[in-house]
Design a protein around this ligand. Sequence first.
Ligand code: KDG
Length: 339
Amino acid sequence: MTLIRRTFTAAAAALLMAAPFIAQAQDIKPRLIRFGYGLNEQSNQGRAVKLFAETVEKASGGKMKVRAIGAAALGPDVQMQQALIGGAQEMMVGSTATLVGITKEMALWDTPFLFNSTKEADAILDGPIGQKVMDKLQEKGLVGLVYWENGFRNLTNIKRPVTKLEDLEGIKLRVMQNNVYLDSFKTLGANAIPLPFSELFSALETKTVDGQENPYNTILSSKFYEVQKYLSITNHVYSPWIVTVSKKWWDGLSKDEQKVLMDAAKASRDFERKDTRDEAAKALADLKGKGMQINELSPAESARMRDKLTKVNAGIAANVGMDLWTETQGALAKLRGGK
Ligand code: KDG
């Protein structure tokens, strides 16, 4: 046998011997998951993403690593959604309201005063109706895992306390990029201006807008109290967040990997809801301590707001589909002890 053949044979033998170790070395290279979100690391959103990351790494024995990337460093919700659809990013959490452009049924969750309590919200979102809406994402290249709680939204502004509907007249109010929010606040007389969350603080600071609406947790964690004087408690809508993954990427995972992610998503949902509610319970006192002037709409004024906003419901029902709308109203009536 010539020298060249002998050398080649020896090299081939060595490679064959090393193959399992190379394979094993490749095996331990962790699967990296980029998880983008819009609030900061200290927010309820950031704390829940951190817990999700820790749970995935532990459950996968280090074979799956989640890189939590907050403060909209990967872009606003709508940009991250496109990155997931294209497969350039693996995971995100964001508002269901910013998903309406992709899946119109998500507008169901924008309905003013849809839920009267977090108990109702959990029951519907985690039940068949929430799953049905979530499943609609798949035809658009996204997979919804769980809903988290953003929370009941309230108004802040620099002009005046909102004690009655007329006080909203002419206030430049930032809203999420979503037609229901736009229509709702135009109906209430505000000058509604859609902006991504990532631009909100600077828009408030430069007085490009006078006010905004968000749950207490976000007003606290995003330090809106530094640039807003009045907080008016309206609880005008319950806003969910939703944890989504790229379907392109999800479909390439093993069943075991998908189970690790789904189990961690459910654990993070339960953690996030409790953490958010605990924080919200003391947020008013915290915000008062930061100098905000707080008022609560009277039941009569709240009823006026509800009545005025039912005008948008017909548009939502037509948009999401009467079957889904009717099913939701029926499920809520049942929860409330109705027929
Ligand atoms: O990633 C930030 C989004 O979750 C955002 O939708 C939060 O409620 C929000 C808002 O007002 O934009």
